[in-house]
Design a protein. Structure first.
Length: 251
C-alpha cells in the first residue's frame, strides 16, 4: 500500500502529513523560516510513493522544499489550479490564477458536502469561497487575517502600546475593542457571503466548512452551521493524489 506525502506550503506555515490507506500516519507544522527542521522529521519517514505539494508563497521556500524532498526518488506533483478536478468545476475567470491551497480546500469540501457550502480558511489571509449545488466554484473573497489586520492597525495609528484583549459585545476598553472588531470584521464577511449563497440556491441553510490556524478564534462566535475540518488543504491534496494515482494505473 502506497504512502502519500502531502505538503501545504502557505504564507506563514508549512503543514505536512504522511497518508497511507485511509488514514494519516503522521502530521506536522513548522513556521516557514524553520523549513529545514523538517529534514529531521522526513529522514525517518517511510519512503513516499507519491508526493503532492500546494505552494503559494516564496520561491525561496519552494527551493528549500525541493531540496528536502530530494531525499526520495519520487517526482513531486506541484498542484496547480485548472478547469476541473475531482468533480469540482473552477469558475474563476482565469482558472490558473486560483491559489492551489484554495483549490485543494474546495476539492476537499466538495467531497465532504456534495452540496452548496461556504469554504472558509482562516490563516495569514482569510478566504471565503462558495461552492454551488453542482460542485462549481462560483467565486470567493480574500481579506486579511487576524495578524495582518492587527499589524495594519498598530502601524497606521497611535495604538503602539496596545495589546489585543478579549471579545465583548459592547467593548469598553481599547484592547477589547480591537479584538472584538477583528472578530466582527471576519464574521461579517462570512455572514454576507452566506446570505449571498442562500439567495442563489433553493435551500434554507447550508454548511460552512472552516479550517486554518486561526479558525479557533472565530468558532465560539459562529451562529451559522459549521463543520470544523483540520488541515482542509492537506485533505484535498490526498484526494487529488489518489485521483492521480487511480487514473494512471492501467485498466
Amino acid at each position: 500500500m502506497s504512502h502519500i506525502l502531502a505538503i501545504d506550503s502557505g504564507n506563514s506555515n508549512i503543514k505536512w502529513g504522511l497518508y497511507r490507506g485511509d488514514q494519516w500516519l503522521k502530521q506536522g507544522n513548522v513556521f516557514y523560516k524553520d523549513v529545514f527542521n523538517l529534514e529531521d522529521e522526513f529522514i525517518n519517514l517511510p519512503t513516499p510513493t507519491f508526493i503532492i505539494i500546494s505552494h503559494v508563497a516564496r520561491s525561496e521556500t519552494k527551493n528549500q522544499i525541493t531540496k528536502l524532498i530530494s531525499l526520495w526518488p519520487s517526482k513531486p506533483q506541484w498542484l496547480s489550479s485548472n478547469n476541473f478536478r475531482c468533480n469540482v468545476i473552477n469558475g474563476y475567470s482565469d482558472p490558473s490564477q486560483l491559489g492551489s491551497d484554495r483549490w485543494a480546500a474546495l476539492i476537499a469540501a466538495w467531497r465532504i458536502e456534495k452540496q452548496p457550502c461556504l469554504v472558509i480558511n482562516v490563516g495569514t489571509a482569510v478566504t471565503i469561497d462558495v461552492l454551488s449545488e453542482s460542485g462549481k466554484f462560483l467565486g470567493g473573497i480574500i481579506l486579511p487575517g487576524f495578524n495582518l489586520m492587527t499589524r495594519s492597525l498598530l502601524s497606521g495609528t497611535q495604538l503602539t502600546n496596545v495589546e489585543l484583549g478579549r471579545y465583548e459585545d459592547f467593548p469598553v476598553s481599547t484592547e477589547n475593542a480591537l479584538q472584538s472588531g477583528l472578530i466582527h470584521c471576519i464574521l461579517g464577511a462570512v455572514d454576507r457571503m452566506y446570505n449571498l449563497l442562500l439567495s442563489s440556491v433553493n435551500l434554507a441553510s447550508v454548511n460552512c466548512i472552516i479550517s486554518g490556524g486561526s479558525a479557533s478564534l472565530l468558532i465560539p462566535f459562529f451562529k451559522l452551521p459549521i463543520k470544523v475540518i483540520n488541515n482542509l488543504v492537506l485533505e484535498g491534496l490526498i484526494i487529488v493524489a489518489n485521483d492521480t494515482v487511480g487514473n494512471s494505473e492501467p485498466s
